[in-house]
Design a protein. Structure first.
Length: 170
């Protein structure tokens, strides 16, 4: 393919991606900018939440002709937000998330990075919690240290876990 045809093809991919952003119900109001060069889409602009930034990446990856995505979109709130405010919003999002139990998973925030801790009963609960935390204002990154709780299988395991009688006296 000639250099000129490639350039025109990338321009079409760029225009298609720009249309996708303008049509998306969550992203259309942000005025995000796109540049596509040799299959690499560079995304720029500002959104309110991490989940919106991730959505832009996913939309770009779904466009035929986009081979790689460089997401340079910034996350910004309307004003300063403290770690305790972020933690409050994360807790609210976790409480509303289907499939997430607050008694299993919680989050701590430090400068926009949320650390999720706890034990999930099922693996899908971990991803649901990560996505819920990413919806909170002020969250720029989510790190999950949530583990899947190993279910007790035998009657003996259940008995020992309840009576804490794992060691026998010698």
């Amino acid at each position: 393919m000639s250099s000129r045809k490639k350039k025109n093809n990338f321009k079409k991919v760029q225009e298609e991606l720009q249309r996708a952003f303008k049509a998306d119900k969550d992203l259309k109001g942000y005025g995000l900018k796109v540049e596509v060069v040799e299959g690499k889409a560079r995304l720029q602009g500002i959104v309110d939440t991490l989940i919106e930034k991730e959505r832009a990446t996913n939309l770009a990856q779904d466009i035929p002709g986009v081979e790689k995505v460089d997401n340079a979109i910034s996350i910004s709130t309307d004003g300063p937000i403290t770690d305790s405010e972020v933690e409050f919003e994360v807790a609210e999002e976790l409480a509303q998330a289907p499939g997430v139990e607050l008694q299993h998973i919680g989050g701590k925030s430090h400068r926009g990075t949320v650390l999720l801790k706890g034990e999930a009963l099922k693996p899908h609960e971990i991803e649901a919690a990560r996505r819920a935390a990413a919806k909170a204002r002020g969250v720029k990154r989510v790190i999950s240290q949530v583990k899947v709780k190993k279910p007790l299988k035998t009657l003996e395991e259940i008995f020992h876990s309840q009576v804490r009688n794992d060691k026998e006296d010698s």
